[in-house]
Design a protein around this ligand. Structure first.
Ligand SMILES: *[C@@H]1O[C@H](CO)[C@@H](O)[C@H](O)[C@H]1NC(C)=O
Ligand SMILES: *[C@@H]1O[C@H](CO)[C@@H](O)[C@H](O)[C@H]1NC(C)=O
Ligand SMILES: *[C@@H]1O[C@H](CO)[C@@H](O)[C@H](O)[C@H]1NC(C)=O
Ligand SMILES: *[C@@H]1O[C@H](CO)[C@@H](O)[C@H](O)[C@H]1NC(C)=O
Ligand SMILES: *[C@@H]1O[C@H](CO)[C@@H](O)[C@H](O)[C@H]1NC(C)=O
Ligand SMILES: *[C@@H]1O[C@H](CO)[C@@H](O)[C@H](O)[C@H]1NC(C)=O
Ligand SMILES: *[C@@H]1O[C@H](CO)[C@@H](O)[C@H](O)[C@H]1NC(C)=O
Length: 747
């Protein structure tokens, strides 16, 4: 019993120590690095593991897991895996990479050098690359941008033809040739085009009575008949033609001051073929003296169909103004940017503020003040062009979900520009080179690992960088997996990366379990009693979330219980018998037979053994405990508390037996053998050698006289075993002659 308790203690101590150690590791791990992102219970494969974070690795060593550790324990922080004994070559830890596929140098060319076709000019480098992204690990790419000298420019002049612009029309009639002359200082490859717009042909913005439609102008002016947008001159390098055609334009009238210029901008942006845009710098100069209409305004006229952002030019006229609403600003921004068009709003003084607000919403746009007679239009265009092209802003296409991008610009003079989120450099002159470092990071494995292409381009430029993103969703060891491996329960899984990856519908370390029969992803959780550490109390195996208890060599001995926490052989013993032989062992506790009790069933409830000859229990001097008398009167001893070694009369009672055993004399000398063998006799030399009384051993000193008046001394005791012991002094003490004389004298 004592032994068992001790064993229990040690077991508990070890467990406690283990728990404390775990807690210790946990606490200190936390203190150092906040938390371990790599530890998740439901991670069952290397692929899932490496997606948890860039610090995570997977140990493929088949021997790595300790008894009871779940599959997910293969996934851990790299350092931690090493500490736990996984050799570095067995740790899967794929890394991202990048490869540049197209890396044409940026064009380096001086003015006056040989003319290049637009498609042979490169301003951004590299042009095409692939990135392989590991979850959480940024890939950094460096983009170089260089403004090339003598870069071709296409300029489209979009002009408000409403009545109030009459003076301006007069003043731009020589615009073509003048602009050609001025632009030739900037580029040797310049083309110019021209279009006009008025209000949409719908009431109430424009008078729609037949007379007004024919000639909306009042008084004596000649006005052109109504249209919304007209592409008058496709982009051309012939400045003279521009002059001629602009000269033929006539002013139209409009009852409602704000113009429907947004329809025109939209068509200019999306009708690339009609306009003749090349893949070069594209400038749109929008000149007006009025405000603008945008989406929603059209509803006044019953137009509710949103603008579709498509080209609807027929005979170079916009045909759908009565059908579609004006485009929204956001829609315009998108289309302008898609088509790399930079817009210059050349507007009169009174409406500057309105267009300045609009400029804020449209990237790569500028607002300039058009003098009342448009005389400053050339300077305005050149200034706007310079300002627009001295600024580079990078823009990327839509990113796949879970992918992040960050920019950092390295502008002129090594200036790091973090404004505009690092996407922008300003004040770049022709020939300047700037660069951007761009980090692209994926979280997890977007789109099930299908690769995606994104594009980055400088706003307003036609060149772009194409980046193919692929995602690392699997470990290298995955490809060496053995399908339907025997190691995975009759081929119900693939053995890869040191463990089984179960087929559909199977689960468990060896895929032995049917998914629909178990409840938790973490099967072992069901096998830990009170969420402890030991699986099946270390007495069995966790199979499909249920404990299967170990068998014993002795078939009589069995483990049992939901967690194999019970057995039928670890009970208290008494007399070297399990449960004293008087009960059965159930879950480490004795269940005693009816007449027994006690932790080892070592206590009999039967009082018969305590019954004395007088039919009293323990002679009335004690309590019957577990079939044995415990004497309450300390003077008494014996199985029924019948003996009192120190009671008066003991000496006389045993006098004759001691006499005959020790000296062969006395009244019982003939019957000594029969009557007096109930004690053990020991002879001692003299009285000093007699035992002395000790507490646990009551002892009576006796002095008796025999027939010859000789004294003899002895002790009487009952030892712990109930054996009666007598020690006797072997020499009699007889009276001397001197002693007798006085007595005789008395006679
Ligand atoms: C590209 O430029 C680098 C230096 O900037 C130069 O070493 C290399 O030769 C150039 N490549 C080509 C094809 O011109
Ligand atoms: C208006 O134009 C028509 C033909 O285009 C012309 O015959 C007429 O004289 C012009 N009227 C004025 C006032 O200019
Ligand atoms: C301009 O570039 C785009 C895409 O890069 C291409 O589809 C288009 O055909 C090019 N246009 C011209 C006129 O070269
Ligand atoms: C335009 O107007 C300005 C004053 O606003 C004047 O100085 C200039 O001569 C005019 N130009 C033309 C061509 O009428
Ligand atoms: C890109 O990532 C690296 C490494 O994490 C970091 O040092 C750098 O500052 C990042 N750059 C940007 C532009 O976010
Ligand atoms: C999966 O295991 C079951 C039950 O052990 C077995 O009957 C079956 O054949 C195994 N499936 C495969 C594909 O081997
Ligand atoms: C005497 O002592 C012996 C050995 O110590 C023991 O076996 C025996 O039972 C004793 N006899 C009596 C009568 O107590």
């Amino acid at each position: 019993m004592l032994l068992r308790n001790k064993k229990n203690h040690t077991e508990m101590d070890v467990k406690l120590l283990f728990i404390l150690t775990l807690l210790g590791i946990f606490c200190c791990g936390r203190a150092q690095q906040e938390w371990n992102e790599c530890i998740k219970a439901n991670v069952l494969s290397c692929g899932e593991c490496i997606q948890l974070g860039v610090t995570c690795g997977w140990c493929t060593d088949t021997e790595f897991l300790k008894q009871g550790e779940p599959t997910s324990a293969r996934c851990d922080e790299l350092e931690s895996l090493k500490k736990r004994g996984c050799a570095v070559p067995k740790i899967e830890n794929p890394r991202g990479s990048q490869k540049i596929l197209k890396n044409k140098n940026v064009t380096n060319r001086k003015k006056g050098a040989e003319k290049l076709k637009p498609e042979d000019i490169t301003q951004i480098q590299p042009q095409k690359l692939t990135l392989s992204l590991r979850s959480g690990e940024p890939q950094t790419i460096n983009l170089k941008f260089k403004r090339t000298e003598d870069y071709p420019i296409d300029l489209y002049y979009l002009m408000d033809l409403s009545y109030s612009m009459k003076d301006n029309l007069e003043n731009v009639k020589n615009l073509g040739t003048s602009l050609m002359r001025e632009m030739s200082k900037i580029t040797s490859d310049f083309r110019i085009g021209f279009g006009t717009f008025v209000e949409e042909t719908v009431m109430p913005i424009v008078g729609t009575t037949p007379a007004k439609l024919l000639n909306p102008c009042t008084g004596d002016q000649n006005c052109t008949s109504l249209f919304s947008y007209k592409n008058v001159l496709k982009l051309t390098s012939n400045g003279q033609q521009f002059n001629t055609l602009i000269g033929q334009q006539q002013i139209s009238g409009n009852l409602d001051p704000p113009e429907g210029g947004f329809d025109a901008i939209m068509q200019v942006a999306v009708c690339g073929e009609h306009i003749g845009w090349r893949n070069v710098t594209r400038l749109l100069v929008f000149s007006t003296d009025a405000g603008f209409h945008f989406a929603g305004d059209g509803k006044l006229d019953g137009i509710v169909i949103p603008n579709d952002g498509k080209c609807h030019l027929k005979d170079n006229m916009y045909t759908m103004s009565h059908y579609y609403d004006y485009p929204s600003i956001a829609h315009l921004v998108q289309k302008l940017s898609e088509n790399n068009i930079q817009t210059v709003f050349a507007v009169t003084e009174e409406i500057q503020s309105v267009y300045k607000e609009l400029k804020k919403l449209i990237p790569k746009s500028a607002v300039s003040t058009l003098s009342a007679n448009s005389s400053n239009v050339i300077n305005l265009i050149i200034d706007a062009y310079n300002s627009l092209s001295s600024e580079v802003i990078l823009e990327n296409s839509k990113l796949p979900e879970g992918v992040d991008i960050t920019y950092q610009s390295h502008c002129k003079n090594g200036m790091i520009n973090v404004g505009e989120n690092g996407r922008k450099c300003s004040s770049i002159s022709i020939g300047d080179e700037v660069s951007f470092s761009i980090n692209i990071t994926a979280q997890g494995c977007p789109k099930q690992g299908k690769s995606e292409t994104i594009k980055i381009k400088p706003l307003g430029f036609t060149e772009e960088v194409e980046i193919k993103l692929s995602f690392i969703c699997e470990c290298e060891c995955h490809q060496y997996g053995i399908k339907n491996s025997e190691l995975c329960h009759n081929g119900n899984g693939t053995f890869e990366c040191g463990t089984c990856r179960c087929n559909e519908g199977r689960i468990g370390r060896q895929c032995a379990c049917q998914m629909d029969e178990v409840f938790s992803e973490d099967l072992d959780m069901n096998c830990r009693m009170d969420n402890g550490i030991d699986i099946c109390s270390n007495n069995g195996e966790c199979v499909c979330g249920k404990c299967e208890c170990r068998k014993r060599d002795n078939p009589e001995e069995r483990y049992s219980g939901k967690y194999c926490e019970c057995d039928n052989f670890n009970c208290d013993r008494s007399n070297n018998k399990l449960c004293g032989g008087h009960g059965r062992c159930e879950c480490r506790v004795c269940i005693c037979d009816a007449s027994y009790t006690g932790s080892a069933c070592d206590c009999s409830l039967d009082t018969r053994t305590c019954l004395a000859t007088n039919k009293q229990i323990c002679n009335g001097r004690g309590i019957c405990e577990c079939g044995v008398c415990r004497c309450t009167d300390p003077k008494f001893q014996g199985p029924t508390c019948e003996i009192c070694p120190t009671c008066p009369g003991v000496c006389t009672e045993h006098k004759e037996c001691v006499q005959c055993r020790a000296f062969g004399t006395g009244e019982k000398k003939d019957t000594c053998d029969e009557e007096c063998n109930f004690f053990n006799l020991t002879k001692v030399k003299d009285r000093d050698k007699l035992p002395q009384p000790v507490q646990a051993f009551p002892l009576m000193h006796c002095k008796e006289r025999d027939a010859n008046d000789c004294w003899f001394y002895y002790t009487y005791a009952v030892n712990n075993n109930g054996e009666k012991e007598v020690h006797v002094v072997e020499k009699l003490e007889c009276p001397t002659g001197l002693d007798i004389i006085p007595i005789l004298g008395l006679l």
